[in-house]
Design a protein around this ligand. Structure first.
Ligand SMILES: *Cc1c(COP(=O)(O)O)cnc(C)c1O
Length: 423
């Protein structure tokens, strides 16, 4: 193996030998701890992407690391041809944690979404009496649910879709945050589910109206349609509560069922479910839905393996024990307050929006401009890593273990960079 001694060397290798399916900032990371990352040259950065919210618990969390190392030396993978002694405890733990009867464990987020789609369709045919092969699932415009052929079939991002057809049928796309469009779509024949992100992360952190989630669930329920929440990015404390569908409930779970909580019929989790150590995703539902899946009808070689089960259980324990939802809520408010001052002061920053520690600043320039990219390059130079999305939006989502003092230091860095972009 070639030893990396400089960032340029690593970039050249990736450029030459790797498929060009990403456009990374030219920073080569070699180490992480908590809210920090270090590059090959030893420069330290605050991480404001958190691997798209997969490391809510902070990089290389010592408790998760210990649990993982212990399990690695004991048992890692047996397949589901046999039982294993970690899966049952994990299933009990995660279902009680989130308040569902059953869980179906997978690995990546996209697999979780695929699982939810299959589950909803099968439920539709077997429990709702939808005519075979005619099930429809309602989705939102500008959704991001992953990269499989079926999932990109109902995306409207041309970059994600174009020349990857033929596409999978059976999806209806409506505008996000639009209850009357949802009610209209629900009238169509064969609708089995509404699949939605409670806050659209990849689209640029779009927070819907306060009552959108509750009204959407009610509209679905009145038509016997499943409400599926994709909380792969918003869940597990990121938005200041255990789940974004918790509304303003501040309990650390299992949810105390405040009236702000909207229980999805199917909940999809991924990313921070393992604290960034290992791909673990999960689909949660109650018995009347989950029981439509029988042996041989769905599965995954790695899904539910003892290593993933142990890591996920520990990652969830950390979220609760360290009260990360509460910290995300508190720091999120501070961050938006500070960024609002930046927006008021500097024309280059147009607006700030978000919830908990999932926030975005919209740059006052076109999506085609390079301003947001240049700002992110300057932020990196000043020791803070963030990445533009859709050209002119910068997402700011640090690990949830950040302290108030660190957050203020980061806001100072961001403000300093914005000040340099005033023309
Ligand atoms: C990241 C993400 C996915 C896909 O997860 P992968 O692990 O990358 O397959 C799906 N839905 C949402 C909302 C996401 O943010």
């Amino acid at each position: 193996m070639e030893t990396i001694t400089s960032s340029n060397q690593a970039i050249e290798l990736e450029d030459k030998y790797g498929a060009h399916n990403y456009h990374p900032l030219p920073v080569v990371l070699a180490r992480g701890e908590g809210v920090f990352l270090w590059d090959v040259e030893g420069k330290r950065y605050f991480d404001f992407l958190s691997a798209y919210s997969a490391v809510n618990q902070g990089h290389c969390h010592p408790r998760i690391k210990e649990a993982m190392i212990e399990q690695i030396g004991t048992l890692t993978l047996t397949s589901r041809a046999f039982y294993n002694d970690m899966l049952g405890p994990f299933e009990k733990y995660i279902t009680e944690y989130f308040g569902f009867d059953k869980v179906l464990p997978m690995n990546t987020g996209a697999e979780g979404v695929e699982t939810a789609i299959k589950l909803a369709r099968k439920w539709g045919y077997e429990r709702k009496g939808v005519v075979e092969n005619h099930a429809k699932i309602i989705v939102a415009e500008n959704n991001f649910h992953g990269r499989t052929t079926t999932i990109i079939s109902f995306s409207n991002d041309s970059n994600a879709r174009k020349n990857f057809g033929p596409y999978t049928d059976g999806f209806i796309r409506i505008p996000y945050n639009d209850i009357s469009a949802l009610k209209q779509a629900l009238k169509e024949d064969g609708v089995v589910a509404f699949l939605v992100e409670p806050i659209q992360g990849e689209a640029g952190v779009y927070v819907p109206d306060n009552n959108f989630i509750r009204l959407a669930k009610e509209a679905c329920a009145s038509e016997n349609v499943l409400f599926i929440a994709d909380e792969i990015q918003t869940g597990i404390a990121r938005t200041g509560s255990l789940l974004a569908v918790c509304g303003n409930c501040t309990c650390e779970g299992p949810c105390e069922r405040q009236d702000t909580y909207t229980k999805p019929d199917i909940l999809i989790l991924g990313k921070a479910l393992s604290g960034g150590f290992y791909p673990v995703s999960a689909v949660l539902a109650d018995n009347h839905i989950m029981e439509v899946i029988k042996p041989g009808q769905h599965g995954s070689t790695f899904g539910g393996n003892p290593l993933g089960a142990k890591v996920a259980m520990t990652a969830l324990e950390v979220v609760r024990d360290e009260k990360l939802a509460l910290n995300a809520r508190k720091l999120g408010r501070m961050f938006r307050e500070r960024m609002q001052m930046v927006v008021d002061k500097y024309r280059v920053a147009k607006l700030v929006r978000g919830k908990g520690l999932l926030n975005a600043v919209v740059i006052n320039d076109t999506p085609e401009s390079s301003t947001a990219w240049e700002i992110c390059m300057k932020l990196a130079e000043n020791g803070l890593l963030a990445k533009p999305t859709h050209g002119n939006i910068i997402r700011f989502a640090p690990p949830l273990v950040m302290t108030e003092e660190q957050l203020h230091e980061c806001c100072d860095i961001i403000e300093g960079v914005f000040s340099q972009f005033e023309k």
